[in-house]
Design a binder for this molecule. Structure first.
Ligand code: CA2
Length: 153
């Protein structure tokens, strides 16, 4: 039996991870994070596809198309978290669980980062654990799929 599929989406500038600003975002590259998440997802019984885009509309397209192919989503919407009603609407329009992750603690930085627009549409949000936020996100979505009653939404 093929494993059910999870989708990991990275928003704008996250392709730069490991190359700049390691004091904020850590030294792991996006490829390294993807590999660790794929390994964990596999151990949990899932296949994980990883995608990155700098374009809001591309992320909306992927979210809209996801429900037919994937059973759950982990997303770091990057800076779009703080502004994108389009992403919020796309997240709300799909029925599969979406978990939002952030490398940094968005509540401990500039005031404009402390509000996540997209968080209003997700099952839960993990923020501030560096690259581990992604691994915690994969665990959270897998746990939710295994035990849907554990979610309050
Ligand atoms: O902490 C996070 O994961 C963020 O989503 C990262 C976004 C930021 O706008 C959010 O407020 C919080 C920025 C990602 C930019 O990543 C870079 C990585 C290396 C060099 C430059 C940017």
């Amino acid at each position: 039996m093929p494993k059910p599929k999870l989708l990991l989406l990275h928003g704008p500038n996250l392709n730069m991870l490991g190359m700049r600003e390691p004091s904020i975002y850590g030294s792991a590259t996006m490829a390294q994070i993807d590999q660790c998440c794929q390994q964990l997802a596999s151990e949990l019984g899932y296949n994980l596809s990883c995608r990155q885009s700098n374009h809001e509309g591309q992320l909306v397209d992927w979210l809209q198309a996801a429900a037919g192919e994937f059973v759950g989503i982990v997303i770091n919407p990057g800076a779009y978290s703080h502004s994108s009603i389009a992403l919020l609407d796309a997240i709300r329009a799909i029925t599969i669980p979406v978990v939002e992750v952030h490398l940094s603690n968005i509540h401990a930085r500039e005031a404009f980062r402390s509000h996540s627009v997209t968080a209003a549409g997700v099952v839960g949000l993990i923020s501030g654990f560096g690259a581990d936020s992604y691994l915690l996100g994969v665990r959270a979505v897998a746990q939710l799929l295994a035990d849907p009653l554990s979610s309050s939404s």
